[in-house]
Design a protein around this ligand. Structure first.
Ligand SMILES: [Zn+2]
Length: 203
């Protein structure tokens, strides 16, 4: 494609690096940004930069957070006796949207995947075990393994279960209202909410 401006071409190239956005869509977005008030585009650029530089991981559960502790870990209205273990922040959002769960989380940052070369040490598993040993040892009664029921998810859940077993906690998993091989993220809120309430013992 021939661009009338090198600056536009650069912007299109950058925007088209985003997932699901081709060159055509990128061009449409860039032209849209050009048409808007300069101020609006400036605000967009600033919010992206601020987000990228300031968002961090909660030091306790590894959820994304603006502060050292995320809003969930910092809240005194959450049930401190349950930790729900999930793959990533999107799962936290999906479960929070159901409004059916009031416990804490632990975000693994992925799942065990030999194909992709992701082993247990690449995930936040040691830090989960440290939570069970540390300050939270007295409070925690139950661990929910809310991990996608794919082959890799099952491998991860099995590994976690072995690690958690010595702590004599109740270990549960979300009921299979979630389609097998499906992502938590895509389960509808009602199904996901129901499967958290009617969670079953991990066996
Ligand atoms: Zn947290």
């Amino acid at each position: 494609m021939e661009y009338p401006s090198k600056l536009i071409e650069d912007a299109v190239n950058e925007v088209s690096k985003l997932p699901g956005i081709g060159k055509k869509t990128a061009l449409r977005l860039v032209l849209h940004l050009l048409k808007r008030d300069e101020e609006q585009t400036e605000t967009l650029a600033q919010s992206l930069t601020a987000m990228r530089t300031k968002v961090k991981y909660c030091r306790k559960c590894h959820n994304l957070s603006d502060n050292d502790l995320c809003t969930i870990c910092a809240s005194n209205r959450r049930d401190q006796s349950i930790i729900c273990v999930v793959e990533d922040t999107r799962d936290v959002l999906a479960i929070e949207n159901t409004a059916q769960y009031k416990g804490l989380y632990h975000v693994l940052g992925g799942i065990i995947s030999p194909v992709e070369g992701i082993g247990p040490s690449d995930l936040q598993i040691d830090s989960l075990i440290n939570r069970l040993r540390g300050a939270e040892a007295e409070q925690v009664r139950e661990i929910i393994l809310a991990i996608s029921p794919t082959m890799e998810g099952d491998t991860t859940a099995f590994y976690l279960q072995k690690k958690i077993k010595p702590f004599n906690l109740k270990i549960s998993t979300i009921a299979r209202g979630i389609p097998i091989g499906g992502d938590l993220e895509y389960a509808d809120e009602v199904t996901l909410g129901r499967s958290i309430i009617s969670r079953i013992a991990y066996d």
